[in-house]
Every structure is written in structure tokens, then in C-alpha cells.
Design a protein around this ligand. Structure first.
Ligand SMILES: CC(C)(COP(=O)(O)OP(=O)(O)OC[C@H]1O[C@@H](n2cnc3c(N)ncnc32)[C@H](O)[C@@H]1OP(=O)(O)O)[C@@H](O)C(=O)NCCC(=O)NCCS
Length: 138
């Protein structure tokens, strides 16, 4: 999983995730496999009983455009629903990908406070972040 994270961090597509951070949150990931090989993953990060975030969605470049990313997000949505989560948040540069999956773009000022104070505040781009925020009601 770390081998897939590193190039996407270099390209600026996702925020750095340390080995320790990924280990601590490993149970929050949904993984796509081709045989033994991990070819994609995505995490559900829970803020409150009502609000969670889609995090670290990555599909191996060789496996793009085969519906894997869409399927991973669908799994995350199902998990969220099963847990009673009402709203999913994502911060991303792939706005159109998430819009296709039913997410709608919001203003940065509408980003729930939980995100700002637990995560954004630690980011080197805060408060000048170019990512787009989207929500989806489950
Ligand atoms: C974004 C990403 C996860 C998409 O994964 P994927 O498996 O190639 O996507 P899918 O094949 O499931 O595509 C689903 C739909 O979105 C579209 N799509 C895929 N990538 C897209 C993009 N970058 N922009 C707009 N639409 C996109 C597909 O054409 C497809 O449309 P369709 O349902 O009408 O056929 C993948 O490109 C990736 O890993 N990118 C690098 C990491 C990244 O930016 N992650 C997002 C962090 S939040």
C-alpha cells in the first residue's frame, strides 16, 4: 500500500501518509486485489456519528479506468451507511470523478469544523488549499 501512496504524494494527488499512520488506521481501508496484488484502496475516516471522510483513494495506474475506483468508493459508502453515517466528505483534486459518483461541490467555508481542526490544521497548505471539497448524503 505504501508503494502506491508514495508516487501519488509526489504528484501532489494525496496528502502524505506515514507507515505508522497507515498502520494505526489499517482497519479503515477497503482494498482491491488482482490475485495477491493490491491494486487499489480507499479509507473511511470517521469524525462523528453523522460525518465521515473518504480518504486516500488510490488505484494503481496500470489498473485505471476499469471501474475499480468507483467500486472502492461504493464499498466505503456501504460501510458508512451500515454505521449510520449520514454525510461523506472528500477533499480532492479529482472533482469530476467524485461528481460522477453523486458528490456535490461545496464552498471551503462549508467544510465541517471537524475536518478543519483535526486534519487541515496540520497540513502545510493550510489555509491556502487548492483541493475541492465535496459532500454526499448517504
Ligand atoms: C481517481 C482514481 C482513483 C480513479 O480510479 P479509476 O479506477 O481509474 O476510476 P474508475 O475506472 O472507477 O472511473 C469511474 C468513472 O470516473 C471517471 N474518471 C476516472 N478518473 C477520472 C478523473 N480523473 N476525472 C474525471 N473522471 C474520471 C471514469 O471515466 C468513469 O466514468 P464512467 O463511470 O462514466 O465510465 C485514479 O485515477 C487514481 O488513483 N488517481 C490518483 C490518486 C488520486 O488522485 N486519488 C484521489 C484522491 S481523493
Amino acid at each position: 500500500m505504501l508503494a502506491l501512496v508514495e508516487p501519488e504524494v509526489q504528484k501532489g494527488n494525496i496528502l502524505p501518509r506515514s507507515e505508522e499512520e497507515m498502520a494505526n488506521t489499517i482497519r479503515s481501508y477497503v482494498v482491491a486485489r488482482d490475485g495477491e496484488r493490491i491494486v487499489g484502496f480507499c479509507a473511511l475516516y470517521i469524525y462523528t456519528q453523522e460525518l465521515a471522510e473518504v480518504r486516500s483513494l488510490i488505484v494503481d495506474e496500470q489498473y485505471h479506468n476499469r471501474g475499480i475506483g468507483k467500486e472502492l468508493v461504493r464499498h466505503i459508502e456501504q460501510e458508512g451507511r451500515a454505521l449510520g453515517i449520514q454525510t461523506l466528505l472528500v477533499l480532492t483534486y479529482k472533482e469530476h470523478f467524485f461528481q460522477k459518483l453523486g458528490f456535490y461541490t461545496i464552498q471551503k467555508s462549508e467544510i465541517p469544523n471537524h475536518k478543519i481542526w483535526t486534519d487541515c490544521i496540520k497540513c502545510k497548505h493550510f489555509p491556502q488549499c487548492n483541493e475541492v471539497a465535496l459532500l454526499k448524503s448517504l
